[in-house]
Design a protein. Structure first.
Length: 211
């Protein structure tokens, strides 16, 4: 998307407040990689949360808590967000900012590798699952999402375009292959109504059928 269009959308619909700006500045200073979602993706997640009245959210890939704050702000006071993060330093940073945002009562950061933490969630039901960690296992994360979502729930994945690499037949690295396979499955699964929205780096969305 042309930068001007993106800036126009963010300026109108997805302005960051001082806390989100401070989080990004401190994340840069602390050496966290600059790979948080874009503000328009944050707003899109909020829209989805509001549309289905989500109360329970699972995120895979916390980083500094930027997307968690966007999502948790769209939850009702009794809503809960569980976010999984492999790096203890990222989790500590996120916890600090979730506290500053007054959202630490709503958000739990659990430290560990997602594929090791997910089995413990079996039997729980989430309204929305946001996948934003490593890309190679995305097809497996999709299986988990479909297992953990309630009917009518939504699975979302960021970086569904991987900077355009999904279109490049010469790009066969495991991360790109993981995203491609995820997108193929999301598009083809008869249980899902799905689309890839070309915002920023691509946000893929699938709604699990009610029937
Ligand atoms: C793209 S960043 C997440 C950005 C965050 N969702 C945001 O928008 O603010 C990916 C995060 O996933 C974490 N991660 C990568 N592989 C993981 C895994 N297998 N299990 C849990 N976390 C993982 C990384 O340490 C990193 O913090």
């Amino acid at each position: 998307m042309a930068d001007g269009v993106g800036d126009y959308i963010v300026g109108l619909f997805a302005r960051e407040d001082d806390l989100l700006l401070a989080l990004r500045e401190e994340a840069d200073r602390s050496g966290l990689p600059p790979i948080a979602i874009s503000p328009d993706a944050g707003r899109l997640l909020q829209l989805l949360i509001a549309a289905i009245g989500a109360r329970r959210i699972l995120e895979v890939g916390t980083l500094g808590g930027y997307s968690a704050i966007w999502m948790a702000r769209a939850l009702p006071p009794d809503g809960r967000l569980l976010t999984l993060e492999r790096e203890p330093a990222h989790a500590a940073f996120a916890r600090r900012f979730l506290q500053r945002a007054g959202l630490d009562d709503r958000v739990t950061v659990r430290v560990g590798a997602a594929l090791e933490l997910l089995p413990a969630l079996d039997g729980e039901a989430f309204d929305l699952v946001f996948l934003d960690a490593d890309k190679a296992p995305l097809p497996t994360y999709l299986e988990w999402a479909l297992r953990l979502l309630r009917p009518g729930g939504i699975v979302v994945a960021d970086n569904a375009l991987r900077g355009g690499r999904v279109l490049d037949a010469a790009a066969t690295d495991p991360d790109t292959e993981g995203v491609r396979e995820f997108n193929r499955r999301l598009a083809a699964d008869p249980r899902l109504t799905s689309i890839l929205v070309p915002t920023h780096d691509g946000v893929a969305i699938g709604v699990l059928g009610v029937r």
